[in-house]
Design a binder for this molecule. Sequence first.
Ligand SMILES: NC(=O)c1ccc[n+]([C@@H]2O[C@H](COP(=O)([O-])OP(=O)(O)OC[C@H]3O[C@@H](n4cnc5c(N)ncnc54)[C@H](OP(=O)(O)O)[C@@H]3O)[C@@H](O)[C@H]2O)c1
Length: 325
Amino acid sequence: MKAILVDEQSPERALRWAEVPDPVPGPGEVLVDIHATAVNRADLLQRAGNYPPPPGAPPYLGLEMAGVVAGLGAGVKGWQPGERVCALLAGGGYAEGIAVPEQLLVRLPEDWNFAKAAAFPEVFYTAFVNLFMEAQLQPGESVLIHGGASGVGTAAIQLARAEGCRVAVTAGTPVKRTRCLELGAELAIDYRENDFAEVVLERLGGVDVVLDISGGAYLERNLKALKLKGRLVLIALLGGPAASIDLGLLLRKRLRLIGSLLRSRSLEEKTAIVQGFATRFWPLMVAGRIAPVIETVLPVQQAAEAHRLLAENRNIGKVVLTVRE
Ligand SMILES: NC(=O)c1ccc[n+]([C@@H]2O[C@H](COP(=O)([O-])OP(=O)(O)OC[C@H]3O[C@@H](n4cnc5c(N)ncnc54)[C@H](OP(=O)(O)O)[C@@H]3O)[C@@H](O)[C@H]2O)c1
């Protein structure tokens, strides 16, 4: 099969669509012919050499895919060749095929195309696990979502709204803020012009949960924006890994600070996330009340251009890569 390889010798770490060994499904794994995958920030980090795949994962880029079941490993019971599926991956989505643990596969609704399905797993599972399993966001509570127009942000807005939560976001351009309001946010903050913590305190009296992608640069303001017993979930460090904060704020407001990664979790943990999402939100997705937001769809051979869109913060939602027609 073919997959995208990173040329580690070239200064820009060029991407190449090249021949690689075919995947072989192990016991309990399903072989899938990939039709589409999608880009995540983590792919840019992996390409730069800063986010190696966890042990046992395919070495290629790509944390999600949609395609057609092509073969079954020993002991697989629940799947048949020809079924249309999608799945969260620990790596290997930018390729023509992959072997996936059967517990992680999701059957596609008839009216879903592969592009839509490939845009779903990584950002919806990330939003779900962090808002509802880690931060325990409750119906009627409020949440501040940083990077509201990002892939994760657009998923998180929709899930929080579906649970009857109040949603504030930060986003860097007027077009992004308008899209966040359309998705259900009631407050979209221009964080370049305003102190987001001040705006959140003034307009909402604080929030119960913050979903953060900045880290060091936002930590103090995030703690300030939280209400009594608030929870801050940190899922990325785009604003740097270090910060100096007033720990008195944590004590007085009885706050919780949670760090969270999805990719490195065990199969058992990922299975619990997939099942939890299936019970709580999948019916809303099948009904079309929640949907992946897609910026654009490009052929996988244009993965480098797709990466540029994310690196330059130009996307609203997901950039999808097609592997087969
Ligand atoms: N922990 C996990 O398991 C996990 C899983 C999935 C994703 N993530 C992380 O979550 C973040 C969002 O992922 P994604 O794929 O949805 O990203 P994305 O679509 O590429 O969007 C990221 C957005 O973040 C904003 N941004 C960029 N640099 C920033 C900075 N220094 N400070 C604050 N905001 C900044 C930009 O929006 P504006 O133009 O609005 O500023 C950018 O468009 C990424 O950092 C990713 O690595 C973590």
